[in-house]
Ligand binder design. Structure first.
Ligand code: ADP
Ligand code: 5GP
Length: 228
C-alpha cells in the first residue's frame, strides 16, 4: 500500500480547522502532522497537540540537522514539518495530512511529486470577514491583519491541485472526503490492477469538480473581492 500525502492550505477563517476536523473524524488511516513552531501557544493550545512549541535556537538546530521536510517563516515566526512524521506515516502505512502555508506546500511538492495539494478558499472577502468576526477569537486589529494576509495568501492558489471553495459546509466536507478517497484509490490502483468500484464513480466526479482547471472561472470573482 502506498502512502498518500495530502497538503491543505487556506487563509485564516476559511474553515480549514472545521473541515480538517470533520475529515479526521470521518476517515480512518489519516495521520495529522503536528508542526514545529517558534510562535507562542494561543488560548488552550497544548504542546504536542496543535504544535510543538520550540525556541528559535531549537528550530534552527532542527534545520541544521535536516530534521525538517519543509519549513517557512510565516508572520515573523518559523513553522516546519518534521521529517519523522513522514517516516512514521510510511512505516504505519497511513496517509499523512499536512496543514502548511503556500511556501511549505511548494517545497513538499518539489520533493514528493505525487503529494496532493488542496487550497481552501472562502466564497468572498465579505464572508471571510463575517466568519472571522463570528468565530469571536480575534481582536479587531488581528481581524484586519488576517484579512490583509488573506489577500496575499490567496494569490498562491494556482500552485494547488484542488481548489475547495468552502461555501456550504456540508458540501465542502463531502468534497474534501471525496478528494482524499479518490486520490487514495488512484494510488492503490498504481500498485494493483483492480476495476474501479461502482461507488467510487460519484465520489470521483465530486472530487474532480474541485480540480483547479475546473474551478478557475469561479475563482476569479472571489479574487476580485480581495482586490486581486
Ligand atoms: P480556519 O481554520 O481556516 O481559520 P475555522 O475552521 O476556525 O477556520 O472557521 C472559521 C469560522 O467559520 C468558524 O466559526 C467556523 O465555524 C465557520 N465556518 C467554517 N466553514 C463554514 C461554512 N462553510 N459556512 C459558514 N461558516 C463556516
Ligand atoms: P497559525 O499560527 O495561525 O496556527 O498558522 C499560521 C500559518 O502557518 C498557517 O497558514 C499554517 O498553515 C502555517 N503553518 C502551520 N504549520 C506549518 C508548517 O509546518 N510549515 C509551514 N510551511 N507552514 C505552516
Amino acid at each position: 500500500m502506498k502512502t498518500g500525502i495530502f497538503i491543505i492550505s487556506a487563509p485564516s477563517g476559511s474553515g480549514k480547522t472545521t473541515l480538517v476536523g470533520r475529515l479526521l473524524q470521518e476517515l480512518d488511516g489519516l495521520h495529522f502532522s503536528v508542526s514545529y513552531t517558534t510562535r507562542p501557544p494561543r488560548g488552550q493550545e497544548q504542546n504536542g497537540k496543535e504544535y510543538f512549541f520550540v525556541t528559535r535556537e531549537e528550530f534552527q538546530e532542527m534545520v541544521r540537522q535536516q530534521g525538517l521536510l519543509e519549513w517557512a517563516e510565516v508572520f515573523g515566526n518559523y513553522y516546519g514539518t518534521a521529517r519523522r512524521f513522514l517516516d512514521e506515516a510510511l512505516e504505519g502505512k497511513k496517509d499523512l495530512l499536512l496543514d502548511i502555508d503556500v511556501r511549505g506546500a511548494v517545497q513538499v511538492k518539489k520533493k514528493i511529486q505525487e503529494a496532493v495539494s488542496i487550497f481552501i478558499l472562502p466564497p468572498s472577502r465579505k464572508e471571510l470577514e463575517w466568519r472571522l468576526r463570528h468565530r469571536s477569537q480575534d481582536s479587531e486589529e488581528v481581524i484586519r491583519k488576517r484579512l490583509q494576509d488573506a489577500a496575499q495568501e490567496i494569490q498562491g492558489y494556482h500552485q494547488y491541485d484542488y481548489i475547495l471553495i468552502n461555501d456550504q459546509l456540508e458540501r465542502s466536507a463531502e468534497q474534501l472526503q471525496a478528494i482524499v478517497l479518490t486520490e487514495r484509490w488512484r494510488l492503490q490502483k498504481e500498485s494493483q490492477a483492480q476495476p474501479e468500484p461502482k461507488a467510487l464513480e460519484s465520489m470521483r466526479a465530486l472530487a474532480e469538480s474541485c480540480l483547479k482547471e475546473r474551478v478557475q472561472t469561479r475563482v476569479q470573482p472571489i479574487l476580485a473581492t480581495f482586490g486581486g
